[in-house]
Design a protein around this ligand. Structure first.
Ligand SMILES: [Zn+2]
Length: 165
């Protein structure tokens, strides 16, 4: 199997994070940026850490470019000494993925059962309605609890050198 070159990946990440920092607060993220954040644990963790850091100091965040997780953790620890990076890093979606797979498997199993034994129409409608509501709730909860990967929630100050250069 062909392994992705980590250098190509990290330059891609840098480009995406630069794009993220260029956005204004409360601006919607570009689709490609959303997709990248949803797929890249490293960038996701950085965005979450920036959000936490800004919340703690409640003022625009000065973020030197290029930055790293260590940098962001250091900033967090400086403004909030009790900060435990273990609780945040990396921002994993494994619980969401497991819950999603369970939900879809339940749906598929019921659909197979329905075609095999023909469950009564009333029962089928009730079960499909519950599945529909559950899947909608799942999507809504996912977006609400990960809003920082869809809308920029931090106000960042670009480094002075960048303004001058
Ligand atoms: Zn990335």
């Amino acid at each position: 199997m062909k392994q992705k070159n980590p250098k190509i990946k990290s330059s891609k990440c840098e480009k995406h994070m630069e794009q993220f920092l260029m956005l204004d607060k409360r601006q919607f993220l570009h689709f490609s940026l959303c997709v990248h954040l949803l797929c890249c644990k490293k960038c996701r963790t950085q965005v979450r850490l920036m959000g936490l850091a800004e919340k703690k100091i409640a003022e625009p965040l000065f973020i030197p470019m290029p930055f790293s997780d260590e940098n962001l953790i250091h900033i967090m620890k400086r403004i909030y000494p009790d900060f435990d990076p273990q609780g945040v890093c990396p921002v994993s979606f494994s619980k969401w993925i497991i819950a999603g797979i369970c939900l879809i498997s339940g749906f598929v199993i019921f659909a197979l059962l329905d075609t095999a034994v023909h469950v009564s129409t009333g029962m089928a409608v009730a079960v499909y309605t519950v599945f529909g509501i559950s899947i909608t709730m799942y999507c809504v909860l996912f977006i609400i609890s990960n809003l920082d990967f869809f809308v920029k929630k931090v106000e960042s100050i670009k480094p002075l050198a960048e303004h001058l250069g």
